[in-house]
Design a protein around this ligand. Structure first.
Ligand SMILES: *Cc1c(COP(=O)(O)O)cnc(C)c1O
Length: 382
């Protein structure tokens, strides 16, 4: 009888149980060489290994783990999350139509708007909180890419991936999901019908705030994926081998980190849900959140480490609370082991659609009591 398949958590912890063939090492070596030798007859010494922009065993080790965790056909690492997204957009042709939610990671939405204008794409932004809005936004035959992010920054609205996949398929488009916040621990978009998963691996996948990286995972080996892979090579947004190695190391503890952050975020959310005079809480794990039902359908084992607080008393009170924090660090980014707090409207500037009373929290792996106590004293009246 065949052994039962191993769970993703086991695959991650063991980085696929691989052993370095040269030494027996359980941790793979870093291969820093940019180029690979040919023999006297000009054959590559190791077939398929020519130049490190395209081939490097250190990238491949991390890519294999990611593909397994997402249940995909294969994965590619990129120099950043944005570079990964760019490789998908650059696979489109001028004239193609793209749809994306109006509220999503700000940096990527701005890039998408800019890129669509210069590349000659049609772009429509839809209301991610309205389940019918996506179906109304696609143009069958013309829409080639549906891009979604869920839960989405920084209101944590939840888009139903299976429903979005059905709409995309019906229109003849592909569905790409920015799953940076959910991670494969909580959501597996490919199993729900998505074609591509994108990650800012800078966040939870690496998890230690010391690598900028991106990743794409594909459900199938097809023409679009071949183009995406060529884009990585042609535009050259490759990751360095040292960063890829650190990312592989971070991936080993992904499940522990994300589960802990999710439990603590839920504890923080429940605590402050009971103090409406101080703030209102946006978190998909709360029954009061509009995305809760969709989240229950597609998130398993937790609702993630990200939440936002809308502080009673407005922008000044929100900034004052951020200022008083002693445990939460005031910094952008998310998905690391240490908790961060951020006033998004300040970061995004005057054009920002984000309410100026909103503080975004990235809950880390510290003791949740310390986190709650820190926010308690920060949000105290007066
Ligand atoms: C950070 C982030 C990105 C961009 O990734 P970089 O690695 O910073 O380029 C994209 N999407 C989401 C949801 C993010 O949080």
């Amino acid at each position: 009888m065949a052994d039962p398949p191993l769970k993703p958590e086991t695959l991650a912890a063991q980085a696929l149980h691989r052993i370095d063939p040269q030494t027996g090492g359980l941790v793979p070596p870093i291969q820093p060489s940019t180029t690979y030798a040919r023999d006297a007859d000009y054959r590559l010494v190791v077939e398929g290994m020519s130049y490190s922009r395209d081939e490097n065993p250190t990238y491949e080790a991390a890519e294999a783990v990611l593909a397994a965790l997402e249940g995909g056909h294969s994965a590619r690492l990129f120099a950043s999350g944005k570079a990964a997204a760019a490789a998908v957009l650059q696979a489109l042709q001028p004239g193609d139509h793209v749809v994306a939610p109006r509220v999503m990671y700000w940096g990527l939405r701005n890039f998408l708007v800019d890129f669509a204008a210069t590349w000659g794409l049609g772009l429509d932004l839809f209301d991610g909180s309205d389940p019918k809005a996506l179906a109304a936004a696609v143009v069958p035959g013309r829409t080639k890419l549906v891009w979604i992010e869920t839960p989405c920054n920084p209101t944590w609205e939840v888009i139903d991936i299976a429903a979005a996949a059905a709409v995309a398929r019906g229109a003849g488009a592909r569905l790409a999901v920015d799953s940076t916040v959910a991670t494969p621990v909580l959501t597996r978009p490919l199993a729900l019908g998505a074609d591509l998963v994108m990650h800012s691996a800078t966040k939870y996948l690496n998890g230690h705030g010391d690598v900028v990286a991106g990743a794409l995972v594909t459900a199938a080996e097809d023409k679009v994926w071949a183009r995406v892979c060529r884009n990585r090579s042609d535009y050259g947004a490759v990751l360095g081998p040292f960063e890829a190695w650190l990312l592989l190391r971070g991936l080993r503890t992904l499940y522990l980190r994300v589960r802990r952050a999710s439990e603590s975020a839920l504890a923080v959310a429940r605590h402050f849900e009971g103090l409406p005079e101080r703030c209102s809480v946006l978190y998909p794990g709360l029954e009061s959140h509009p995305g809760h039902d969709a989240a229950r359908r597609q998130m398993t084992g937790g609702f993630g480490g990200m939440l936002s607080l809308r502080v009673a008393g407005g922008a000044a009170a929100a900034l004052e609370a951020a200022k008083r924090c002693r445990v939460f660090q005031r910094a952008t980014s998310l998905g690391g082991v240490e908790s961060l707090i951020e006033h998004r409207a300040t970061i995004e500037g005057p054009e920002s659609p984000i309410p100026d009373d909103l503080l975004r929290l990235s809950v880390g792996i510290e003791d949740p009591d310390d986190l709650i106590a820190d926010l308690e004293q920060a949000l105290r009246p007066g």
